[in-house]
Design a protein around this ligand. Structure first.
Ligand code: FES
Ligand code: FES
Length: 156
């Protein structure tokens, strides 16, 4: 099957896609976008989070064919060229990255939260990130990063 979809603003066509193939596999293995991570492949950890038509989804749970004709934005697409997005900068500055496996999904989730709620409460931050698991940081630095990103008055 041929999959034609827009990824980070560019239309991409991929041939010979297996009907059961995930969007995550398509992005990582066929389109060379390794930012979205494959940690559980069961929709449990959030490390594979991308935007699909503006909504955050676990790309491991989305069939590649479901992305046909739709708009996908990955963590790579948030940065402006070589410049980090302010949410990405905040994660670095707050020390919220250890092994980094969870980070791309958390960055997308935080980006989505701040686009909807520019000055979130701690409860809103915790709720927004509830689907993203981190094995390293204990979450405090991640919460700091989102608070810092909010103060940067992030423009989505
Ligand atoms: S890899 Fe998709 S939710 Fe864990
Ligand atoms: S930094 Fe390692 S899983 Fe979060």
């Amino acid at each position: 099957m041929r999959v034609t979809t827009t990824v980070n603003g560019t239309e991409q066509s991929v041939d010979d896609v297996w009907p059961g193939e995930s969007l995550l596999f398509l992005l990582r293995e066929r389109l060379g976008l390794p930012g979205s991570k494959n940690a559980c492949e069961q929709g449990e950890c959030g490390s594979c989070t991308v935007y699909l038509d503006g909504e955050p989804v676990c790309s491991c749970l989305v069939a590649a064919g479901q992305a046909i004709g739709r708009d996908v934005v990955t963590v790579e697409g948030l940065a402006g060229g070589q410049a980090l997005h302010p949410v990405q900068e905040a994660f670095v500055e707050a020390g919220a990255v250890q092994c980094g496996f969870c980070t791309p999904g958390l960055v997308v989730a935080a980006h989505d939260l701040l686009a909807r709620v520019p000055s979130p409460s701690d409860l809103e931050i915790r709720e927004a990130l509830a689907g993203n698991l981190c094995r390293c940081t204990g979450y405090e630095k991640i919460l700091d990063a989102v608070r810092l990103a909010a103060t940067k008055q992030v423009q989505p």
